[in-house]
Ligand binder design. Structure first.
Ligand code: IMP
Length: 425
């Protein structure tokens, strides 16, 4: 049985939800290891669309266990909403959802500081965060001020830590942002109530996972966001506040690297990005608007329009390198069905010179000009196709050229949002 990590190979929204759902059929346990409710993993089962922000997509299959690991940041309010949403569809999480006692808790002051912090910046300085409190929660974790899930169970510790943090947050909100301050007593009561509801799910998930690996269980790590949003390897500062790349799975779940068997990357057949920051292959605005409407590219978490562009082999090759991707899944091939000509970015030029590797410095990347290769489109529907041989030869050529450019074999292609709209080579 294998232990696999799945990560996004661009700026998030690569279609990981659908691919995790497809691959989780074979898994025993699906694990989230970083990020929080900033993610939006969309899965279509029959007529029902599910959007999961925190709980691993594996929860949609009744016989799977799911772990939210120590590397995540958990908003209890969002977690409860998600558990209720699943319950309303007859999906019970009891006995199969395990939450790390070491994961950090997102507090109302994190969300408030995230939002007012962004609002007070000049338009061009904004990161365009999801406003879910992710950055401030990870900042508190690094500053050793964070409140962990395990703290929720010791009422006197929780009260003391919360009181101190809320007092500090109120001073910041008042003095720096001139924003409304928070009512400490109300928050303390609210989070004590969450503690009771979350209690049954909390455990030492590192031990749980290592025992499962010893017992030869099949495990799938579900990355969120994407490589270029990694706080170290992404286009800093236009990134999220966690490590989104493969190494984070070990750190964020308490599993050693020697226990990992395979790394799967997911990329879209084109590129999208939400939020600010450089995006070399972005479509010019009018054509971009048209493409976005045709592709339905709006954020699953915030509903924001996603910026769209051509497939960028420089980005995905970089993701293959920093993640050690063994196999690549290519999502949303069918979205390109109506295009007569396709462009693939095969390199960049900076001041007239060829750039050999992706510069992850946002200021340098901003100045890079993409070099394109044109390919013939297939100009016919692919959504019904289920085999490699059934794909139009132009689509096969497009996929093969991508494999060659990014130095990873594409062995799974998604041609629609439904589970069965998948070609597995
Ligand atoms: P944060 O993670 O909310 O702090 O947002 C930081 C940046 O990451 C912003 O550009 C967001 O739009 C982006 N981001 C965060 N989560 C996702 C995601 O799941 N998909 C795509 N972009 C994301």
């Amino acid at each position: 049985m294998a232990v696999r990590i799945l990560v996004g190979a661009a700026w998030g929204d690569e279609g990981k939800g659908k691919i995790v759902d497809f691959l989780s059929e074979r898994a025993d346990i699906v694990v989230r290891f970083q990020g929080g409710a900033n993610a939006g993993h969309t899965v279509q089962i029959g007529d029902q669309e599910y959007i999961l922000h925190l709980i691993p997509v594996g929860i949609l299959r009744q016989d799977k266990a799911c772990v939210i690991g120590n590397g995540t940041v958990i908003d209890p309010e969002a977690l409860m909403e998600e558990i209720e949403m699943l319950g309303s569809h007859g999906i019970d999480v009891e006995g199969r959802l395990f939450i790390s006692h070491n994961a950090h808790v997102i507090m109302p002051y994190h969300k408030l500081i995230d939002r007012v912090g962004e609002e007070q910046l000049q338009e061009e300085e904004r990161i365009g965060t999801t406003g879910r409190g992710i950055g401030p929660a990870y900042a508190d974790k690094a500053a050793r001020k964070g409140i962990r899930i395990g703290d929720l169970h010791d009422r006197s510790v929780l009260r003391e830590k919360l009181q101190r943090n809320i007092d500090e947050a109120n001073r910041i909100l008042d003095a720096i942002y001139q924003a409304e301050t928070l009512d400490a007593d109300r928050i303390i009561e609210e989070y004590m109530a969450f503690a009771d509801r979350i209690g049954p799910f909390v455990t030492n998930t590192s031990e749980y996972l290592n025992d499962a690996i010893d017992a030869d269980k099949e495990i799938l790590f579900e990355g969120s966001q994407g490589t270029l949003l990694d706080v170290d390897h992404g286009t800093y500062p236009y990134v999220t506040s966690s490590n989104t790349t493969t190494g984070a799975a070990c750190m964020g779940a308490g599993v050693g690297p020697t226990r990992i068997d395979e790394v799967i990357g997911v990329a879209k057949a084109y590129t999208t990005r939400v939020g600010n920051g450089p995006f070399p292959t972005e479509f010019p605005s009018r054509w971009g608007d048209e493409f976005r409407r045709m592709a339905g590219e709006f954020g699953a978490t915030t509903g924001r329009p996603r910026r769209c562009g051509w497939f960028d082999a420089m980005v995905v090759r970089y993701a293959v390198m920093v993640n050690g991707i063994d196999r690549l899944a290519l999502a949303r091939l069918d979205t390109l069905d109506t295009l007569q000509t396709l462009r693939l970015c095969v390199g960049y030029r900076l001041n007239g010179e060829v750039v050999p590797h992706l510069p992850n410095d946002a200021n340098v990347l901003r100045r890079c000009e993409p070099v394109y290769e044109e390919m013939e489109g297939w100009d016919r529907p692919t959504g019904h196709i289920r085999t490699w041989d059934g794909l139009p030869k132009e689509a096969q050529a497009y996929i093969e050229r991508i494999s060659e450019l990014v130095k990873a074999k594409v062995d799974l292609v998604s041609v629609g949002s439904h589970r069965d709209a998948t070609i597995f080579m």
